[in-house]
Design a protein around this ligand. Structure first.
Ligand code: GLN
Length: 553
């Protein structure tokens, strides 16, 4: 296939209709037909990346292999399609303007007046084109953040409009994802907002080729007809997407509605293989089947917003479904624990997870949760900050010095067991300056981490400034802490665990970013297995075959 094919996803009516999930699901559908697929998100905000944004504003920051700090939709894409994306797959308005302005300062525009069209749109198109160049993808899916009608997204939409003129109809497809509101009084779903949104898109010069109509209620045939008529698309190009509590059911629903065959036909492509959904369907059936509950306490700082821990939640679910249990997450605010509240939830939980985080609010509550896990022998998984605080807790206990701390929270601590990495000391900028992305980790034989992974060396994604202070390595080892994962030069502690404990493991990296629905992460698997044992559940794991990986990505 010589020319790259593009599918553009825009959103209508309201935000949060599941555009990211739809793009990921369509990606899976195409991969199942033997195509190499990549997905790019265009984010209209002016921040250069979400790395400096509060999780309350933005949800989780998803980290890629190359260290790009990206939108959480990239997590959906990677999980649905089972691909590894790169930094060009998330573009923000901030990046585009920064690039154009720096070129202007260098004099690259030779005295020209710099304008949105063509300078900004050309830079956007250059970035869209670089996806297939850097990933080798044959079909590139591009999702535009926000909703049609937003001022901020106009340059992106104009660029998408131009791409059709540049590449032709047979190489481009516009998918519009909208919402059908339900009016209770008359018991009906309304298509008017969708019609308006399509009109708005048209006024920009884009006519959608397909409409994904999301709704909380079933969408009947006459409604499909109506959308087709008023929005000027073929009826078979209207894909109803009724809300499902099972995220991973979306590809199956879209496939059932004929999205795969329609898209291929529109792009003039022939499937290279027949999609085999058997493994995926089995996974979805298993998610739906009522299973014994396993309670996991997630002790965090942004727990009101579950999206702030999206990948952790997904990784827990992946491991749980593969072991035949239903994970019930107890979202616990660590600062509540400090006030003596929420402990009954901790006591009822079969495992405790302390995820990543920044800043001092609620730190002591997380340390108390780690202490509880260690003393009561409750399975514990610490992710980045959760690992650092597990080390702080242990140091406080064994050195009998409650002043032990990370210098992130106490600059003057006499026992800085977690400290700034030397290469971080002179950094003044906050954006994209952490230790980011994939780094190798060697597992020490005979440890729980090594047993979980079953291989001697792994590569995991990082996002941190602070690290374990080697001054304390020997002492803590003598007291029963095991440094089970080290950087190949043995200088950096990547995984720590407690020897006399069923499962207390902390990782300096973020294993949650590499978990897949059909391939749960080994450490999450081991943690869930330990929690099942702690719960005294006697269950046999379902025999879930991995969903077919059609193309090596
Ligand atoms: N704040 C800690 C650090 O910068 C932990 C970061 C994290 O949890 N991602 O090292």
């Amino acid at each position: 296939m010589s020319t790259t094919k593009y599918i553009f996803f825009t959103g209508g009516v309201v935000s949060s209709v599941g555009k990211g999930v739809t793009a990921g699901a369509v990606g899976r559908i195409l991969k199942e037909r033997g195509f190499k697929v990549a997905v790019q998100k265009l984010d209209p905000y002016i921040n250069v990346d979400p790395g400096t944004m509060s999780p309350y504003q933005h949800g989780e920051v998803f980290v890629l292999d190359d260290g790009a700090e990206t939108d959480l939709d990239l997590g959906h894409y990677e999980r649905f399609i089972d691909v590894r994306l790169n930094r060009v797959c998330n573009v923000t308005t901030g990046q585009v303007y920064a690039e154009v302005i720096s070129k202007e300062r260098r004099g690259d525009y030779l005295g020209g007046t710099i304008q949105v069209i063509p300078h900004i749109t050309n830079e956007i198109k250059r970035r869209i084109a670089s996806v297939s160049k850097t990933t080798g993808a044959e079909i590139v899916l591009v999702e535009v953040g926000g909703t049609v009608g937003d001022i901020e997204s106009l340059p992106f939409l104009e660029s998408l409009r131009q791409i059709r003129s540049d590449l032709g109809r047979e190489n481009t497809l516009y998918a519009h994802v909208t919402w059908l509101p339900y009016i209770g009084a008359t018991d009906e779903l309304k298509t008017k907002p969708t019609q308006h949104s399509v009109q708005e898109l048209r006024s920009i010069g884009i006519s959608p080729d397909m409409i994904v109509a999301r709704s909380d209620y079933p969408i009947d045939d006459s409604l499909r007809d109506k959308i087709a008529l008023f929005c000027d698309v073929e009826k078979q190009a209207v894909f109803p997407m009724v809300t499902t509590p099972i995220l991973y059911e979306v590809p199956l629903l879209l496939e059932q509605a004929g999205a795969g065959d329609y898209i291929l036909r529109r792009l003039g492509l022939e499937a290279r293989q027949k999609p085999d959904w058997s493994g995926w369907r089995k996974l979805v059936d298993e998610v739906r089947r009522p299973k014994p509950a396993l309670k996991i306490a997630l002790v965090g700082k942004y727990v009101e917003l579950h999206d702030a821990y999206m990948s952790v939640r997904e990784a827990l679910k992946h491991a749980a479904v593969h072991q035949g249990v239903e994970v019930e997450i107890e979202w616990i605010h660590s600062s509540e624990l400090e006030k003596g509240r929420g402990w009954e939830l901790i006591q009822q939980s079969h495992g405790i997870i302390v995820p990543g985080g920044f800043g001092s609010r609620g730190i002591e509550g997380k340390i108390q949760a780690a202490r509880y896990a260690r003393e009561k022998k409750v399975p514990y998984l610490g992710l980045c900050l959760g690992m650092q605080l597990m080390v702080v807790e242990f140091t406080r206990a064994v050195l009998k010095n409650e002043e032990a701390n990370s210098t992130e929270f106490d600059h003057a601590t006499p026992v800085p067991v977690i400290d700034l990495m030397p290469e971080q000391r002179d950094i003044a900028d906050m954006g994209a300056t952490m230790r980011l992305g994939l780094y190798p980790c060697e597992l020490q034989p005979g440890t729980k981490a090594a047993a979980a992974y079953g291989v001697p060396r792994v590569e995991e994604r990082h996002r941190h400034r602070f690290e374990f202070n080697n001054t304390y390595r020997q002492t803590l080892e003598e007291y029963g802490m095991v440094f089970s994962g080290l950087s190949p030069d043995r200088r950096l502690v990547e995984i720590a665990e407690i020897r006399d404990h069923p499962f207390m493991v902390g990782t300096q990296f973020h294993p949650e970013f590499l978990s897949r629905p059909n391939q749960p992460h080994p450490l999450f698997n081991a943690f869930i297995a330990a929690a099942i044992q702690n719960a005294g559940l006697d269950i046999t794991s379902p025999d879930l075959v991995p969903a077919s990986s059609a193309v090596e990505s």
